[in-house]
Ligand binder design. Structure first.
Ligand code: G3P
Ligand code: CA
Length: 257
């Protein structure tokens, strides 16, 4: 008797719009976020820090210089001051008038239609109270089911998780993944419970063997920031759970082929 069983299909990879899809629209703006929702991505990644008056601001750099037509350090400016500036024109004239958004506005714009991946930049050490404000906002919008929180600051991830253990949290890594992986590979059994749900690693550190080890340990695995088709293919073959990219349109197209 010949077996009729078919080879299992590769699990679909989650398409994650980096900063809302930074090559398609001005990063970390509501225009980018709306476009990513339209596109039907699985997750939208944003970065958050605090303004001088304690508002959770969606921006990558600690200054507004690169992504607006103004200048200044976010934590030394009030929300009103930050709002004076245009966060869209630098990218393309058709985005003129975009403002630097608050986390609340992003929650309103997404409203559970996709998962929001919030990257806490630096955390409490640089922005006192940031984790608490992010967790409070998640609760205020009843968004626990459609939010993931990540940070390069391990303490920030742990603090967030402690404030609400039901939240999905990821530890972000760059070059330090090499040491983290060495430790994983040398452990015969995984430490339970794991301190976070997953890790998000620079894609250069990941191949199929490593992805398997990460999964065997019990972690989910995301990779950042993958913008070349060749690398997207490599990461899909490696078996990662999600790919963070500035070109979510391209990744979606590739997945159809
Ligand atoms: O989501 C991970 C990735 O965003 C980390 O790098 O500098 O773009 O925030 P960065
Ligand atoms: Ca980020």
């Amino acid at each position: 008797n010949e077996s009729t069983a078919e080879a299992p299909e590769a699990a679909p990879v989650q398409v994650i719009a980096h900063r809302g899809g930074a090559k398609l629209a001005p990063e970390n703006t509501l225009a980018a976020i709306r476009q990513a929702v339209e596109l039907g991505v699985d997750m939208i990644e944003i970065d958050v820090i605090l303004s001088k008056d304690g508002e959770v601001i969606v921006i990558h750099d600690d200054k507004i210089d690169r992504t607006t037509d103004g200048e200044g350090i976010v934590k030394e400016m009030t929300l009103e001051e930050i709002r004076q500036y245009d966060a869209g024109s630098w990218f393309d004239a058709r985005f003129a008038g975009e403002k630097v958004p608050t986390l609340d506005e992003v929650f309103e714009a997404i409203d559970g239609r996709t998962i929001l991946l919030i990257e806490i930049k630096d955390g409490d050490e640089a922005y006192p109270g940031l984790e608490k404000k992010v967790v409070d906002a998640i609760h205020r919008f009843d968004a626990g089911d459609w939010v993931v929180v990540q940070s390069f600051n391990q303490k920030s991830v742990l603090r967030t998780r402690e404030m609400d253990p039901s939240l999905i949290t990821y530890y972000l890594m760059g070059k330090n993944f090499a040491d983290f992986y060495e430790e994983l590979a040398s452990e015969s059994t995984s430490s339970t419970p794991l301190p976070y749900n997953g890790i998000a690693v620079h894609f250069s550190g990941i191949d199929a063997e490593r992805a398997k080890k990460v999964h065997d340990t019990g972690y989910k695995l995301l990779v950042w920031t993958v913008n070349e088709e060749e690398d997207m293919e490599k990461m899909m073959t490696a078996g990662v759970d999600g790919i963070i990219t500035d070109r979510p349109d391209q990744l979606k197209q590739l997945m159809k082929e």
